[in-house]
Design a protein around this ligand. Structure first.
Ligand SMILES: *Cc1c(COP(=O)(O)O)cnc(C)c1O
Length: 408
């Protein structure tokens, strides 16, 4: 998808060539329709009409880029794809029905029986499950340390095709060294994919550090207000056109235009939300560190975070909106703090303007064995806060209520 000159290609928004990312976040997409709408149109249509049979044939044969059927592409979905690609700094993007289906389309498009994947053991639980499920189709995955690139190097095999990282991760906020992993991947002839959910391109653009592909759950910060489930995969346009688009056509893990529209509008405020939510999260993390009932705080923006320097380099100097902390009193203590909140939502979603509080060991990480959780450092006293946009003093007071009861 390149210039506006080629009449066989769909036109782009008419913007000066050197506009910056904040402008692209608001403006990139497709030109307005003949009606001149200022807010992007929502195209709820399953198919598109052709002027004549010959044009229909050319479009079905891919000789002319056009909208044909919304399982393949749709103007609202394409606007979202172009905007997200612009923010991630990639030439291509394909939207999917969820974050998980972005991983599914990656596996189906790039891998075959006999291939091998190296993945951090600290990634999202369903990601681990999905890679494990593909063992029955002959794709093996080795799970390695989130933080030690030497383990990734040691796991490389001649048939390794994909390295999969997520940084920072949930709930421990451990950081992967993207540049180091990209080097290992490329030396072994493999691609590096980074799940960029927690930072979003507002804070972190993995391709700047050498990643080849970037995956999103649009459900999180891209929507930003907890409304829709959505996903996307960003990368080189040639690779997406050659490998991913055919999979989308046949397998149909398509994003609905309505959900794409919600995410598209969410991206307009992404940068200012992430900055404001990161600032609140840092203030709460510092405050939590000073609370006697809190044993430990995990937040990349704190100097006490073991990978603070790396996180600041990769994340535009900001820690993001997710803070985890361990309170005194094990599970009872954590539940007491959670139950005493009157503002925070007790839910495991994140990336919302509403602050959410989660007890990982009995919810998001409840399916792991206690031994596995202990080894990973996800203890019964841990809580995860995904900080939203409420007044930070109100959030502190909301947590202080439960913390006060823990003695210390
Ligand atoms: C939520 C999430 C996913 C999965 O996204 P869905 O939109 O729920 O399918 C993948 N990775 C991370 C890091 C997530 O937080």
């Amino acid at each position: 998808m390149t210039s506006t000159i080629d009449s066989k290609r769909l036109p782009r928004t008419d913007l000066p060539p050197d506009v910056r990312r904040d402008t692209l976040a608001v403006r990139e997409g497709l030109p307005a329709t003949a009606w001149g709408e200022n807010s992007e149109a929502l195209f709820l249509t399953s198919s598109f009409v052709h002027p004549d049979a010959a044009t229909a044939a050319a479009r079905f044969a891919n000789e002319e880029e056009a909208f044909v059927y919304s399982r393949f592409s749709n103007p609202t979905v394409m606007m979202m794809e172009r905007r997200l690609a612009a923010l991630e700094g990639t030439t291509g993007c394909i939207a999917t029905s969820s974050g998980m289906s972005a991983i599914l389309i990656t596996i189906m498009s790039l891998l075959k029986a006999g291939d091998h994947v190296v993945c951090s053991q600290g990634v999202f639980g369903s990601t681990i499950k999905l890679f494990q499920d593909f063992a029955k189709f002959g794709i093996q995955t080795s799970f390695v340390s989130q933080t030690d690139p030497a383990e990734w190097q040691a796991a490389m095999l001649p048939n390794t095709k994909l390295l999969f990282a997520e940084t920072p991760n949930n709930p421990l906020t451990e950081v992967c060294d993207i540049a180091a992993l990209a080097e290992i991947a490329h030396a072994g002839g493999a691609l590096l994919l980074v799940d960029n959910c927690f930072c979003s391109p507002a804070l972190q653009q993995p391709v700047k550090f050498g990643a080849d592909l970037v995956m999103h759950s649009g459900t999180k910060f891209l929507d930003g207000q907890g409304r829709v489930v959505a996903g996307a995969l960003c990368g080189p346009a040639e690779l997406i056109d050659a490998k991913f688009v055919p999979t989308m056509r046949s397998a149909g893990m398509t994003l609905s235009p309505f959900n794409a529209w919600v995410v598209l509008k969410g991206m307009e405020t992404l940068s200012i939300r992430l900055q404001a939510q990161s600032a609140r999260a840092l203030e709460i993390a510092r405050w939590l560190e000073a609370q006697p009932a809190v044993d430990r705080v995990y937040y990349p923006g704190l100097e006490s975070h073991p990978q603070h320097a790396l996180a600041m380099k990769q994340q535009s100097g900001l820690g993001g909106a997710v803070v985890s902390f361990v309170v005194k009193g094990e599970r009872a203590g954590a539940w007491a703090v959670s139950d005493a909140t009157r503002i925070c939502s007790v839910t495991s979603n994140l990336g919302d303007t509403k602050t959410t509080i989660t007890h990982p060991s009995t919810t998001s990480h409840g399916r792991l064995s206690e031994a596995h959780r202990q080894a990973a450092g996800i203890t019964q006293g841990m809580l995860r806060l995904a900080v939203g946009l409420e007044d930070v003093e109100d959030l502190k007071a909301d947590l202080a209520r439960g913390l006060a009861g823990l003695g210390a």
